[in-house]
Design a protein around this ligand. Structure first.
Ligand code: NAD
Ligand code: GLY
Length: 371
C-alpha cells in the first residue's frame, strides 16, 4: 500500500479546482464536531435536507454541530431512489422560498447519494446557485457521489438525465455512520470502491481482494483506508477533468450496463451499486472478448465482485435488446455511437467507441441471467 494510503484521523483531502477547491474530511466523529461545518457556511441561513430514514439517526447530531445564532431549517424528504425526481427537488425549492432564504444560504445534504444528488441540484438552481455541503452517510456516497459535483435527478426514460455540475463547499465523511448501514447498502458502496481499483490502481485492487472480509465486517480502520484511497483517486480525476471531457468518463466503468438495469427494473429495484457491480463484470467480459483481458483477470473481477456480496448475473427478464435500447440513451454516447468504458488491463481503463455490434450483442445475450 502506498504512503498516500496511510491514515491520519481525520484525514483531509482536497479537490483542486482553483477558487472552487474544497476539502474532504474523513474520519470518525466528523459529523458531530463543530469545527468542520462552520467554516463552509455562506451566511446565517442554513437548511439541512435529509430523508425519513436518516433523520432519526443523524439529523440531531448534524444540527448540534452548527454554530449558535443561525437560522436553521430542516427538510425531511421520503426515502428511496424512486424519489430522485424533479417533484422532490421542487419541495426543496418550495421550502427555501417559504423560509425566505436568500443567495447566501447554505444547503446541507445529509444522507446517501439520492439526497446528495438532489440537494446539489437544488443548490445549483436556487437563485442561480447557492452553497451546499455534502455530509454523505452511505459508503457509496462517501466514496463517490459526494465528491465531484455531479448533481441531478432521474427521468423515467433514463438515469441521471437531468442535472448540473455544481461543486459542494466541503465533503464531511463521518465513518461512524456506516455502523447503521444495512449490509446490502454496504455491498453496493463496495462496488464503487472496487471500481477505482479496476480503472486506476491495481495495487488498491489487490489490497481490496485481501481486505474484503474485514470491510464487510465493518473494520473501521480498513473502511477508512478504503474511503480515503477512493476519495483521493476521485479527487485527482475530478481535478483533471471536472466536466467529463476525457478521463472522468472512466468513473463510469460498469455504469452503461448498470444504468440500463436500473432503468429497466424500475428505479430502486436494484441498488445503483448492485447494478454497477454486475455492469463491471459485463465490461470485463466484453474486454476479454475484444482480446484485451485474459480469462484469469476476468475471474479476479468476478471473485472480488462476489466477495463484496454483489450480483454476478443480470435480471432474468432483461433481453439483449432491452439492454441495447437503454444503452443507446447513455450520456457518454456521441453522434449515436455507443461509448463504453472497458479494461485494457486491470487498473487500466479506457473509453472505447468501436465495439463491433455483434460482439456486444453476443455478450449481452450470453451473460448469465438471475435464476
Ligand atoms: P441512497 O441515497 O438511496 O441510500 C441508500 C439507503 O441507505 C437509503 O434507504 C438511505 O435512507 C439509507 N441510509 C443512508 N445512510 C444511512 C445510514 N448511515 N444508516 C442507515 N441507513 C442509511 O443510495 P446511495 O447508494 O447512497 O446512492 C445512490 C445514488 O447515488 C443513485 O441515485 C446514484 O445515481 C447516485 N450516484 C451519484 C454519483 C455522483 O457522482 N453524483 C455517483 C454515484 C452514484
Ligand atoms: N460517479 C461518476 C462521476 O462522478 O463522474
Amino acid at each position: 500500500m502506498s504512503a498516500a494510503f496511510a491514515s491520519e484521523s481525520p484525514c483531509r483531502l482536497q479537490v483542486a479546482l482553483g477558487n472552487r477547491s474544497y476539502p474532504i474530511h474523513v474520519g470518525p466523529g466528523v459529523l458531530g464536531d463543530p469545527q468542520w461545518l462552520a467554516p463552509h457556511l455562506a451566511g446565517r441561513q442554513v437548511m439541512i435536507v435529509t430523508n425519513a430514514s436518516v433523520a432519526p439517526l443523524y439529523l440531531e447530531r448534524c444540527r448540534a454541530a452548527l454554530p449558535e445564532g443561525l437560522e436553521v431549517r430542516e427538510l425531511v424528504l421520503p426515502d428511496g431512489e424512486a424519489t430522485k425526481n424533479l417533484a422532490h427537488v421542487s419541495r426543496i425549492w418550495d421550502a427555501l422560498l417559504e423560509a425566505g432564504f436568500n443567495r447566501r444560504c447554505t444547503l446541507i445534504a445529509l444522507g446517501g447519494g439520492v439526497i446528495g444528488d438532489m440537494v446539489g441540484f437544488a443548490a445549483a438552481c436556487y437563485q442561480r446557485g447557492v452553497a451546499f455541503i455534502q455530509v454523505p452517510t452511505t459508503l457509496l456516497a462517501q466514496v463517490d457521489s459526494s465528491v465531484g459535483g455531479k448533481t441531478g435527478v432521474n427521468h423515467p426514460l433514463g438515469k441521471n438525465m437531468i442535472g448540473a455540475f455544481w461543486q459542494p463547499r466541503a465533503v464531511l465523511i463521518d465513518t461512524d455512520t456506516l455502523a447503521t448501514l444495512p449490509e446490502r447498502e454496504l455491498s453496493a458502496g463496495l462496488a464503487e470502491v472496487i471500481k477505482y481499483g479496476l480503472i486506476r490502481d491495481v495495487d488498491f485492487l489487490a489490497w481490496l481482494e485481501n481486505a474484503m472480509p474485514s470491510l464487510r465486517a465493518l473494520d473501521a480502520s480498513r473502511l477508512a483506508q478504503a474511503i480515503e484511497r477512493s476519495c483521493a483517486l476521485k479527487a485527482e480525476i475530478v481535478a483533471a477533468d471536472e466536466t467529463e471531457q476525457g478521463v472522468r468518463a472512466l468513473l463510469n466503468l460498469g455504469h452503461t450496463f448498470g444504468h440500463a438495469i436500473e432503468a429497466h427494473q424500475g428505479y430502486g429495484a436494484w441498488l445503483h451499486g448492485e447494478a454497477v457491480g454486475a455492469g463491471m463484470l459485463m465490461a470485463a467480459e466484453l474486454s476479454a472478448r475484444l482480446g484485451w483481458l485474459p480469462a484469469g483477470d476476468v475471474a479476479r473481477v468476478r471473485e472480488v465482485i462476489a466477495a463484496a456480496g454483489l450480483p454476478l448475473a443480470a435480471p432474468a427478464d432483461m433481453t439483449a435488446d432491452d439492454f441495447l435500447a437503454r444503452m443507446r440513451l447513455d450520456k457518454k454516447n456521441v453522434d449515436s455511437r455507443l461509448r463504453l468504458v472497458l479494461l485494457r488491463a486491470l487498473g487500466d481503463a479506457c473509453v472505447h467507441d468501436a465495439t463491433p455490434t455483434q460482439t456486444l450483442e453476443a455478450l449481452l445475450g450470453d451473460f448469465p441471467r438471475q435464476a
